[in-house]
Every structure is written in C-alpha cells, then in structure tokens.
Design a protein. Structure first.
Length: 92
C-alpha cells in the first residue's frame, strides 16, 4: 500500500511504501527551512537538487544529487533549501 504524507502546509510531500520489512518515503521538499524528528535511523539520499542539513549532533553540510546521509534515531535535524529537491529515505 502507498501512503501519502504532507507536512509544513504542503511544502513537503512524500509517498510511503515498504520494500521487504523496510519502510521508505520518496518525496519533494520545496524551498524553505524545516525541522524533522526521527523515530528510527533515517538514510536520506538526495535524488535531485541540493539541500543544507544539520543533524542534531552535527554541523551544517550541503548535500547534492547523489549524496547520502544517515541520521541517528531519536534525534532531530534541520533542513534549508533555496530550491526544490527530491529524496528517498529508508527507515531502519
């Protein structure tokens, strides 16, 4: 089954699905600044565009198309985007 997710007044939208026992989301984030909380480990892969990310326990870094970051479970992270970007995220 596909789950539709919408956050921040529609500026972040994703489709959720499971592959095997692993949940994934595939989505688009519009320009803006956002804070997300994690329940599980998140493996965020940028598939189009560019974003700045700051994990709760880290410094700001820029991720571009093809880049991947793993974010610790039970934390938060901040995002800043100047233009839209697309991603796929696995939750483990």
């Amino acid at each position: 089954m596909i789950k539709v997710n919408e956050y921040f007044d529609g500026k972040v939208k994703s489709l959720g699905f499971e592959l095997g026992a692993t949940p994934y989301t595939v989505g688009v984030i519009m320009e803006g600044t956002y804070t997300f909380n994690t329940e599980k480990i998140e493996r965020l892969h940028v598939v189009a565009g560019e974003l700045e990310i700051k994990p709760e326990d880290g410094a700001w870094q820029t991720l571009k198309t093809g880049d991947l970051i793993t974010i610790t479970a039970g934390t938060s992270f901040d995002l800043k985007l100047k233009n839209p970007a697309a991603y796929i995220c696995a939750y483990t």
